[in-house]
Design a binder for this molecule. Structure first.
Ligand code: GLO
Ligand code: MG
Length: 348
């Protein structure tokens, strides 16, 4: 019997309801406005919205500070009316011409100036909509060819930006979302270990945390549940982007648990065992709809991933831990592995 644990709150970003365009072909579904997306959240079982800065204020590069504030205030009102919580705002530092070769780590001073101005706008927007965190997915902070940048200087620039942000606003938290590659060849801050090191090196470590995405850890060749455990051990797991990935290829954002159910079980287990969510953390799902899916809007990838998460919460609570202890004590890991697999297959 399914006994869903109600304490978890879920979130996603408007980009997770997409039209199916990929680098090889155009959109295949009708566009769906952000306002219409917000109206869907609650009925899909989601309470939190993740934003890019220009999801809140479209075209913000061409707007004055006053115009940005006005747009953000109205977006904040829409969220309030829908009863939704803005979980974070992320500066989109990978679209504009100034970010072609990176933002904070671009070799050009003018690009770095743009990146800082855009980050300030992002922080102002977050404040206006009552959002407590900025996510830094450092998309183009890395190199396409290794010799093009000085990595030591790049890391110093990232840390300097983090400190400037902490100075600019004394309440906001900064959550770093590590990823080892794509769109760059070698990304700076590829793992949560790098993010946590930056946190401790910063001027206010308590406000610098991490957001771990399943697929990003897998692309780095790491076990996502161990990455989460590392962040939890340092009190620095602010959020997650649960999804899945089938091997080392482009970032797939597959449905949670769809490729590696056992890996998903281990992620849910580490979150449940460490009370993730009890301080108000959201379970974020960064999943992408299949291009083959018809209709508008397509949302099954979100509801199915949420459902899988909750089924796995159930699996965690019904897992026979006494038997696990016995098998660990006997160091019979062959039997332990079968114990886990049988539990996942519903055989126990
Ligand atoms: C891409 C990232 C991206 C971020 C989002 C929020 O690989 O996962 O989707 O999560 O832009 O910063
Ligand atoms: Mg993500």
């Amino acid at each position: 019997m399914t006994t869903f644990n109600q304490r978890f709150r879920f979130s996603f970003g408007p980009w997770n309801i997409s039209e199916g365009g990929d680098p090889f072909g155009p959109e295949v579904r009708e566009p769906y406005s952000h306002e219409k997306k917000f109206a869907l959240y609650k009925s899909l079982g989601f309470d939190g919205v993740q934003f890019h800065d220009d999801d809140v204020v479209p075209g913000l590069d061409d707007l004055s500070a006053a115009e940005i504030t006005r747009h953000a205030a109205s977006a904040g009102e829409t969220l309030n009316n829908e009863g939704l919580t803005p979980e974070f705002v992320a500066p989109r530092l990978w679209f504009a011409e100034e970010t072609i070769d990176g933002a904070y780590t671009s070799n050009r001073q003018a690009d770095r100036d743009y990146a800082w101005e855009r980050t300030v706008k992002c922080m102002d927007i977050a404040k206006e909509i009552n959002c407590k965190a900025i996510v830094l997915w450092l998309a183009r902070e890395g190199s396409y060819i290794r010799e093009s940048k000085n990595a030591k200087i790049a890391y110093e620039r990232i840390l300097e930006t983090i400190n400037r942000m902490l100075d600019y606003d004394d309440k906001l938290e900064i959550w770093i979302e590590p990823k080892p590659n794509e769109p760059t060849d070698q990304a700076y801050v590829p793992t949560i270990g790098h993010a946590v090191a930056l946190s401790y090196a910063s001027s206010d470590p308590a406000r610098v945390k991490g957001l771990i995405e399943t697929a990003h850890a897998q692309l780095a060749g790491l076990d996502p549940s161990d990455e989460m455990a590392f962040a939890l051990a340092h009190g620095k797991l602010a959020s997650v982007h649960l999804n899945d990935q089938n091997g080392l290829k482009y970032d797939q954002d597959k449905n949670f648990g769809s490729s590696n159910l056992r890996g998903a079980f281990n992620q849910v287990r580490v979150l449940v065992d460490n009370d993730f969510g009890k301080q108000g953390e959201f379970v974020g799902l960064d999943v992408k709809a299949m291009r083959t899916q018809a209709g508008s809007p397509v949302t099954d990838h979100l509801t199915n991933s949420r459902k899988t998460f909750l089924h796995l919460v159930d699996k965690v609570s019904t897992y026979d831990r006494d038997r696990e202890t016995t098998l660990i004590d006997a160091r019979d890991y062959e039997a332990l592995e079968l114990h886990v697999l049988e539990h996942l297959m519903g055989i126990d």
